[in-house]
Structures are given as structure tokens and as C-alpha cells.
Design a protein around this ligand. Structure first.
Ligand code: HEC
Length: 181
């Protein structure tokens, strides 16, 4: 993490309102303790080059218009090619919005917030992500987006890397940085 939670290339910016997994203290604690590793299918063998091209352009349009633009052909592919199952019907990464402001998500990127998850962003970057997916075993070019486990886990003899007190302090810090609810 950069100074003030500003983020380094390839790592999320913490000092914004863009929460992949929800910004409540409980969700932040869950993320720090358990780690996260979102999965996105590689579409190399599932979509044609022209479909990937249309979708990558659509992602750029969605990015530039904060989800208000987005070509009709792009939306049609988004809805019929499985993207919607993870990115949600508004493409904001929310599968279900709960009355208390929290939301159900598998951690798929919000495509409407004007923030690129992977540097440098733009058409080529979107095309790459759509083609090779995220955290796909057996796909050498896949994007790797992993948050390590900081709580006790079996691979470290159940030895936590951070104490529960440290995790609490981090949760409060990350929550304040991001202005989460
Ligand atoms: C199985 C779930 C899943 C499916 C299906 C899926 N995605 Fe994703 N997508 C994700 C996850 C998870 C991420 C990465 C979030 C993170 O860790 O930053 C992601 C990231 C992305 C990104 C990167 C955004 C950025 O800011 O760089 C793009 C673009 C994208 N998805 C587009 C699509 C499109 C288009 C489709 C349909 C062809 C699709 N996704 C299908 C789960 C999915």
C-alpha cells in the first residue's frame, strides 16, 4: 500500500469509496482476516474476437460515463454471455442490494465507478482481463489479484500473522480512509 492508502500499481486504492467486498467494518475485518481472491472466467475460448472487442469498448464507455453510457451491443453481450452473473445487472458488482445499504457480491469489479482495477486501464487492459480472466488456474496469462490471509490459517500452523488487536486497528484505519458506511 502506498502512503495514505493511495495504492501501488496492481493494488487497490484504499482511500476511495470503491469497496469491492463492502466497506462496513465487519466486511473489512472479514477481508483482512480471511484474504480474498476473486475469480473471473477467461473468455479466450468462449467468445469470438469481435465479441471481446465489443465488450472491451463497452467497458471503456461504461468507465468514461460512470455506467450511464455503454453501447447496446455491449449491454446485450454483457447480459447474455455470463458477465451479469458476477458483475450484477447494473454492472456495479452488486448482486443484491440489501435494505441496510450492504450488498451481496462475489467481489467482481464495479464497472461503473470510473476506477480501473488494473493499470493502466483502457481498451487493451479491459480486453486482456476479458480474454484471460482473473485468478484462473491453467491460464498462464491470467490476472492475479490475491489478498493474503492475515488471520490464523492452517498453512502457518494456525499462527496468525496479525494479532486480533492489530486486525481491529487496521479495520478502523481502512474504514476511516475509505469513508465506508
Ligand atoms: C465468475 C465471475 C465473473 C464473470 C463471469 C465475469 N467477471 Fe469480470 N471480474 C470478476 C472479478 C472477480 C474481477 C476482479 C475484481 C478484482 O479483484 O479486482 C473482474 C474484473 C473485470 C474487469 C477489470 C476491471 C478493471 O477495472 O480493470 C473487467 C473489464 C471485467 N471484469 C469485465 C467482464 C466482462 C465483460 C465479463 C463477461 C464477458 C466478465 N467480466 C465476466 C468476476 C467475473
Amino acid at each position: 500500500m502506498g502512503p495514505g492508502g493511495a495504492g501501488n500499481p496492481g493494488f487497490p486504492v484504499l482511500a476511495d469509496d470503491d469497496w469491492l467486498y463492502g466497506g462496513t467494518p465487519a466486511k473489512i475485518q472479514e477481508t483482512i482476516t480471511g484474504g480474498r481472491g476473486g475469480q473471473m472466467t477467461a473468455h479466450e475460448k468462449v467468445l469470438t474476437a469481435s465479441e471481446i472487442d465489443t465488450l472491451a469498448k463497452w467497458v471503456v464507455q461504461m468507465h468514461d460515463t460512470l455506467g450511464k453510457g455503454g453501447s447496446e451491443e455491449g449491454w446485450a453481450l454483457f447480459k447474455t454471455k455470463g458477465c451479469i452473473a458476477c458483475h450484477g445487472e447494473k454492472a456495479n458488482g452488486h448482486l443484491v442490494d440489501l435494505p441496510n445499504g450492504e450488498f451481496v457480491t462475489i467481489g467482481a469489479a464495479n464497472l461503473t465507478d470510473g476506477i480501473w482495477r488494473y493499470e493502466p486501464g483502457g481498451y487493451e487492459s479491459a480486453k486482456y482481463t476479458i480474454t484471460y480472466g482473473v485468478n484462473q488456474p491453467g491460464v498462464p496469462q491470467t490476472r492475479i489479484a490475491v489478498m493474503p490471509v492475515f488471520g490464523p490459517d492452517a498453512t502457518h500452523g494456525n499462527q496468525a500473522k496479525l494479532s486480533p488487536q492489530d486486525i481491529k486497528k487496521l479495520v478502523v484505519y481502512v474504514h476511516e480512509l475509505g469513508g465506508g458506511q
